[in-house]
Design a protein around this ligand. Sequence first.
Ligand code: IPM
Ligand code: MG
Length: 386
Amino acid sequence: MNANIEAALEKFRALLESQLVRVEDMKAQGDFTDYSSLDTIRIGVCGGDGIGPIISAEAERVLRFILDDMVKAGRVTFVPITGLTLENRIAHRKGIPDDVLEELKSCHVILKGPTTTPQKGSGMPNIESANVAMRKALDLFANIRPVRVPEEGIDWVIFRENTEGAYAVGKDGINVTEDLAVDFTITTKQGSDRIARIAYDYAAKNGYKRVSIVTKANIIKTTDGNFIEDCRRVAAEYPDILTDEWYADIMTAKLVDKKRRTDFGILLLPNLYGDIISDEAAEMQGGVGTAGCANIGKRYAMFEAIHGSAPRMIAEGRGDYADPSSMLRAVVMLLSHIGLQDRADKLARALDICMLEEKKIVITGRPTGATCAEFGEYVMQTLASL
Ligand code: IPM
Ligand code: MG
């Protein structure tokens, strides 16, 4: 056999073996962490790159303000995690250096600023994205991205599968010859089932009447086809919720159709479609800078912005004018996840006042608007007045 094909098959074999190990790990997993049973909740904070350290410091400041009594009582502790920088990742040639991963694993939940992902051909080593590495290493399988524009009737929650699809082995594609390259997309029954369950459970608990499954199963027949079948199986357990199925291309079109888009509620998607559609959806809410997300696993959870590290803002000296809204929205989700729903609701209310209603100070990303710290101050003042 052609030696190139032999070599590619060896890589493919290793890849399949590692995915079967992952399936066994999923089968062996226990239940979600019960935060109410913990004496102390450890919240790790990773600043990240670019504007990351600026907006995450502000988010931490607001979170400490909200949790002040619990910090004083020793019920919550903050753990600074400083090693998740591009420089340190390059030095270790790893998406997450081993000692940083240990620190992350010593926490229950993580608040993470955006990290820079080196692209192939950028001159930087081709290390894996820190986000993707963290989602996989901590098995954070559900990426939950709410998008709300109340005055337009938009109230969507995107449930993006977070560990599989095109991302599972995205860094392990094979250049078979100089001319032929292959990438892989992965779907497992366990992976599809668990994202569907968390989406339907959320829909049922939060009064959403409709779940829309979004794939390209007309083309990517095997993996997307299985994803739909596994989701339908879960849907059958929720007869009061309407389930419909869409292809990702027409869904991107319908989300800009003002007459139709208010019908949608929960969107349930494989990883890559979820990545793309969540940026489109966030743009309608005022841009990716306004959107936060939760990355939930059985054992760990991580909360972050949906956008990148905005290196251009730093290069142009505008870092202090970065908008912390996305990270503050992520903090709402963190509070809710650890069972502090009242505090989450209060922060959500304060953010709505500051970002959508009163808008006493506005961030423009430039000296024409408020600084990140001024906005954080405004949010804390608003919180104190509620
Ligand atoms: C996101 C981001 C990441 C992704 C990047 C930064 C790796 O776009 O969280 O949506 O592709 O998932
Ligand atoms: Mg994205």
